[in-house]
Design a protein around this ligand. Sequence first.
Ligand code: ZN
Length: 1048
Amino acid sequence: LWSSARETIGFWVTSVTKAVSPDCSVWLCGTDRRIHHMISKGGSEALLTALVNAGRSFCPNYTILLPLLHLLAKVGHRDRRIGMKAEEAGAVLLILNLLKHNVKYPKRAAACLWVIQVFASSVSTANLIGENHGLDVIFHLIPQYATKHLHTIKYVYPGFLQGYISGLLRLYEDWHIKDTQHNAIAIRHSLLCCLHKVTHCTAGRKALISQGGISLLYQTTQICLLSKGLVSLVEASVQLMRKCLPKTPLPLTSDQSVYSFPLPGMSHDVCYANVNSDESDDEEAEENEEAESRDYDDDLETDLNKLRLRPDPDRPRELLLQYSRLCPELYHDFELSILAVVLHYFHQSDSGLFSDTRCPTLLLFFVHRGHPPSGLRGDEEVNEEEEESHHHTMIDRLLEKHGACIPHHDPKLYHSAAAKTKSIPGFSILAFPDFWGHLPPPGHEPMVARKPNIQRQKVFEDVQRFLNTDDIINQVVFDLEDIFCEYHCSNCPSDSLRFFSSFECGNLRKAVQIRRYEYDLILNADANSSLHTQWFYFEVSNMVADTPYRFNVINCEKRNSQFNYGMQPVLYSVREALEGRPHWVRTGTEICYFRNHFCPTQGRRTTFYTLTFTITFKHNEDVCYLAYHYPYTYSALKAHLKMLQQSVDPAKLFFRQQILCGSLAGNPCLVVTITACPASRAWKDMQQLRNRPCIVLTGRVHPSESNASWVMKGTLEFLCSSDLVAQSLREAFVFKIIPMLNPDGVINGTTRCDLNSEDLNRQWCKPDPALSPTIYHTKGFLYYLNSIGRTPLVFCDYHGHSRKKNVFLYGCSVKETLWQSGSAVDTVGLKEDPGYRTIPKTLDRIAPAFSFNSCNYLVIITMRSLAPATARVVVWREMGVLRSYTMESTYNGCDQGIYKGLQMGTRELQEMGMKFCHSLLSLTKDMKALYSRRLINHIDLDHNILDHKSHNCFEDDEPPCVEEIEYSTDCPALNGTDLDSDVNSNMASDDEEEDDDDEEHRGGSISQSQQSSMKSCLFPHLIRQASIEALCEKRNTVKITHLSQVKK
Ligand SMILES: [Zn+2]
């Protein structure tokens, strides 16, 4: 049936073609849909058969052949198997032969070239054309058609140009030199496209480099930059250079983090098992390989049963009783002295839990400067009195003289808190900003406008490193693995910057001085891992004032960054702080973020990106700190909580700090209870206290999201304040706050994971008590609250978002998830409490940084485990918390509201934390009613509320970047409509039998003499008539023989 259909169509097409003249193809191939239908019915084969039949004759009839070729170009362009079909039909060499005979006839040649281009979409067909000297024919064509028949050579398909790179480069150079009037930009551009194509593979890129391609492209581009209108050439050349720069492994001994930590129950080697096991060197696959970015791994849950299911707790009920201690407000005797009870309580319930058996096994990667590792002695006690140390004397003097009055911060308290913090390397040095404190600078900090073509300029500088090594220093000036390198590296030029990062939250693995004022910076991967590099925080000194220094963080992993959209890193100057301006400030110019040519030392599949910025320091010999975002250390949290505790009136406000559990490295994970003391001890008041709904807030599960900590700081300070709203919130609710779910990650400066090299926020389904203790116990605590009928009214996990602006919430809704996923489940009858929208709607009104339009309420599953796993989803699904949220705060700033165009500072972040509390007030009005109906599926839908069209949370909100972050390995794709319109215009234009003379009269601005000189100089090395004659060999010899006979 199929074959007869094919014949029928073939006959039909041929006869129609014969009957209706060229224009038939226009109506025949009206739409893609029709063409695809035609292909599915064997249209390509029919056309190929017709072509072979018509083309074989000694004197082909071009009235038939030409429309046929046009038709074949259009149809074949949409047929993915056209190359194979053409080979089967014997049409490949035939078309080359036709081209060879028609080099003098532009319309015919163009039609042949289109068909060749279409055929060459298959690699094997392209090879066949190449093997049969197809290129020689094509190069022979080029000098014949200068500007007039651009379209003829524009479509010289370069897929079979392998091995011709040198020729192409020389051609490009020749055109560059001779085309002084820029009449042949399209030709030059096409040559660059050809080079793009042939450098798709490793061999091509190597050949381009060995032929001096980079240097040629660099030089020609510099000249092109001088003329307007050559942008297309500049862009194509820059992309080509980026693509061909040789892949350079990072200058590291290993991709593994410098920090490793032996996990309980695992041998040391196992820690590395999950890391980059694939060391395949498959270059072509590598091009499309994404950097590890778990945010992209998500998909919507569509199984209604799964969405509704409330599974049984993941552990026996008996294990939940231990969490009763975390509800001290229920057992507290409000008559006794507060302090006495606190101490009593802690000695009873917490001391056993936090035995420090794991700590001595800490692997000390190096002992810093001979100091004993701090914080590894003895147990942590939350209320232990801080000890004063004689080291303080100098600090005391400084503080007396220069200290700023920073609310809720006390340097000495910070110092003593930090002394007990346990880090893998045993940090003994405090970073000045954390110790001294930070005040937001006065005024707002606008986002910076991107300098036009900044990325291009940076790429040129990077290419120059490769071309001209005269000014390249290439000296390691800091190496985390080599303690002797710190500060006093003997080989460093005396005027080079000094770097340091061995302090809490610090992250800088290596610094290499590239030029006098330029440094490459390499970040340390997450502990026990070779992945996740984004967060940085380091000290820099020995600078010269008013001199721009360029910094390149060369191993970033994310595919895009807000650094391309107006964001700046933050800087803290010690000198400025001592002069009374203790501010982290947004700083840096010439900022951009783009894909580079570096690769890991092993396993070359990862793609790296460069974040580059330029800093001009204000003072000579200052000590400055640079960070990805406002740092907030674990020690800062401890000190802050202590300050808060001291600030509240214990007669009115119940504030209790407890240890949820110890982290892997033995740092306490803290949980804070805040509520109002009962008005009296009367039964009624005590009953009101016991019936207050819980609000559970968590944060900083991802260590690099320091913005989450600043928002949390705002929440904590507000809840402890004397503000009337805060007061009524305390009277209405009991707040259970776990401000830092991942202390170890925060301390050791990791980006995403904890010491287990796992993303803790993906452990919620079945957290391992030994490996993810903080998640295990947080979940256990929530189970406990559930089991005593105190299911939280609200749960919110504070995060930071690196690719979007504003602050927004993710919630959970069955209906919205089913709608967005296009699920077939009928949602009309499905009932869902719309109360999950109250908080975001309120925030949209009252919080300037908040954007309701960025919120969504989709239930996500992760592809890897096929189970909902983030805190928000698990708490919603397993605990039945209707208002379960993730709050995402931007690292950058806002694009709406009164903060539009401004970067977020800590003031705005803290304000957000306060506004979040304000929004909770909206729940107090009919709280009782809401609380009794806390489970989903109970209240009728209010359809008016669901008018808002959710965004997909996994799309970037940003428009495509002005400059390409990635470099494409393809030349700009030829799209079907371009080809169609060219084919159409070729059909519509005048007579086929054009004469060459015509060209000189109409031929545009290249004079005859110019043209002939071009001809003579351009192609001497390429045109070999003999090779054209020798076309058709090797494969398909039978068919060729037949053809040659016809020719004879
Ligand atoms: Zn996060």
